[in-house]
Ligand binder design. Structure first.
Ligand code: PLP
Length: 285
């Protein structure tokens, strides 16, 4: 998809230039959001924008335009690319600054956005994924959605090296989240997920699923849980923008629920699918 957003303009991807001293490029000094698009409509746009604003605040990154203007530009980008189903990726970096004169508030940020199409074909959806365990070696502000993702990348590499779909991270005995997802377990009819503190990214899908669980009268506990609880859970699933709700059927060599998606996972997936269908038929995005 050729047209990208660059600052306040829409240009061909090949025309975009990033300064080699851009601080996002050099230090991961920037923030981002990825959002799904269903039938040309952005799913959960408001909470994504709110999180973007929070990430910007946490890094003292001053947005040059209002959040409403950014939202309009994201919508325009989707229109220009005639994107029906796919992902819109949006990023703001600190931009380039002379190192000896670095004042975060004086460096003009660089804003970019791009889209890619991804058909949501339910008939081809896998019933679940395999995951591996990996020590969580990331920094202690995982709540900010920054471009500083090397710990996540190394964990994902570990997963891919054994054809697993996700790495589930743990700090000692405590499970935190996935390398690019949040982790839920179910035990005796209750869902458990790590509390939204500095050790995890408070996923928009996590929040959405917590809301669905409430509507479905499924009890939820936001508390820390251990590796032992993970491996002996009745069900495990991950949530993320691109994965939505995805059952984890195996962790390392251990099968979960005999390698089948559990009842609560299936209930939440059905509710999630219904919500996507509702969004598709809405008249205003
Ligand atoms: N945790 C991490 C580390 C992530 O990178 C992501 C998504 O990229 C998530 C959780 C899930 O967040 P969301 O549901 O907002 O996509």
């Amino acid at each position: 998809m050729a047209t990208i957003l660059y600052q306040d303009q829409f240009i061909d991807r090949t025309q975009a230039k990033v300064d080699i001293e851009d601080r996002g490029y050099q230090f991961g000094d920037g923030i981002y959001e990825a959002m799904m698009v269903y039938s040309g409509k952005i799913f959960l746009l408001e909470p994504h924008l709110k999180r973007l604003e929070r990430s910007a605040r946490e890094l003292s990154l001053t947005l040059p335009y209002s959040i409403e203007h950014l939202a309009d530009n994201i919508k325009k980008l989707i229109e220009l690319n005639q994107l029906e189903d796919g992902v819109v990726y949006f990023q703001i970096t600190r931009g380039a600054a002379p190192r000896q004169h670095f004042f975060p508030e004086h460096t003009p940020p660089v804003i970019t956005g791009s889209v890619s199409s991804k058909v949501r074909d339910l008939s081809k959806r896998p019933k679940g994924i395999k995951a591996v365990l990996a020590e969580d070696i990331r920094w202690l502000r995982c709540d900010i959605k920054t471009l500083n993702l090397l710990g996540n990348v190394l964990a994902k590499q570990k997963a891919h090296s054994v054809s697993a779909g996700e790495a589930i991270l743990h700090r000692g005995e405590t499970v935190t989240e996935g390398s690019s997802s949040n982790v839920f377990i179910a035990k005796a009819g209750e869902l458990v997920t790590h509390p939204a503190d500095h050790l995890i990214l408070n996923g928009i899908t996590r929040l959405f699923v917590l809301d669905l669980a409430k509507q479905l009268d499924i009890p939820v506990s936001e508390r820390e849980f251990t590796l032992e609880e993970l491996l002996h859970a009745d069900e495990v699933f991950i949530t993320s923008t691109s994965n939505e709700v995805k059952p984890v059927l195996q962790i390392d060599d251990q099968l979960i629920n005999a390698g089948e998606p559990g009842a609560l996972s299936k209930k939440l997936i059905a509710a999630f699918d219904a919500e996507v269908e509702r969004i598709r038929t809405q008249t205003v995005s």
